[in-house]
Design a protein. Structure first.
Length: 258
């Protein structure tokens, strides 16, 4: 008896979330091709996403051709979250060839799948996503996605602080809230001490940004080191930033004269 999967059966399984049928069908080479065709040809976004998730599950099971199908989705599909799903599974599948392709896409901001790869790597805290992620957030021509802002707080990298500061006054309230959350996460998890160290950085811009960040984060722990460094600061712009930070922290500071 022929039990090979039929496209209508697979589509119904996708709509119903019948993963058992999808996994059972993984024994047939035809399944991967059918699912890939569904993703690339269907106009139903939910079906596209479900089919991509099924391909990801098959890739994790080692089904032949599943990784290639996910790569095809990432390269060819436009304006669909199915690309993000494909990138997520490709990041996690451990396939060496897939990793090489992902890194090439990561290095090409004009590639169709660039943003999907950036998001997938950022979601798992991969340090290779930091520079592309910051570049995206600094690009005023691209809409700022609050979910991208949120993941910056998970990185132990002081470079993420300054882009977050610029987003605190974004027009989109969700972006502002995500930036605040990311700054708090960053300070709580990692580098409060790193920001304190930046108050003595040779570059006045770094000192000023560190002071602004400490004021926005809002931890009272910053008051003492800010006071200690304020009067020795020779740049008026930095001293002003320190004074503003202390005021936000509830401390009335006035610079010493002469």
């Amino acid at each position: 008896m022929n039990h090979e999967p039929h496209i209508d059966v697979l589509l119904e399984a996708l709509r119903q979330g019948d993963w058992g049928t999808l996994i059972d069908s993984s024994a047939y080479l035809e399944t991967v091709d059918l699912l890939c065709g569904v993703v690339l040809d269907s106009r139903d976004e939910i079906v596209r996403q479900s089919a991509t998730g099924a391909l990801g599950a098959l890739a994790e099971l080692g089904a032949p051709g599943a990784v290639d199908a996910l790569l095809a989705v990432l390269r060819q599909l436009e304006k669909s979250y199915a690309r993000d799903i494909a990138a997520f599974y490709l990041v996690g599948c451990g396939d060496v060839r897939a990793e090489a392709v992902l890194l090439r896409i990561l290095g090409d901001p004009h590639h169709n799948g660039h943003m999907a790869v950036v998001r997938a790597l950022a979601e798992v805290g991969d340090p290779r996503a930091v520079d592309p992620l910051i570049a995206v957030l600094n690009n005023s021509r691209m809409p700022t996605r609050y979910e991208l802002v949120r993941v910056l707080g998970d990185y132990d990298d002081v470079r993420v602080v300054f882009p977050l500061l610029r987003l605190l006054h974004h027009d989109d309230e969700r972006v502002c809230a995500a930036a605040h959350h990311a700054l708090f996460t960053f300070a709580d998890k990692y580098a409060f001490g790193m920001l304190i160290e930046y108050l003595t950085h040779p570059d006045y811009t770094a000192r000023r940004q560190a002071a602004i960040a400490l004021g926005e984060i809002g931890s009272k722990r910053a008051i003492r080191p800010l006071i200690r460094l304020a009067d020795g600061e020779g740049d008026e712009r930095v001293q002003q930033a320190i004074g503003d930070a202390l005021q936000k922290l509830g401390y009335a500071y006035s610079a010493r004269s002469g």
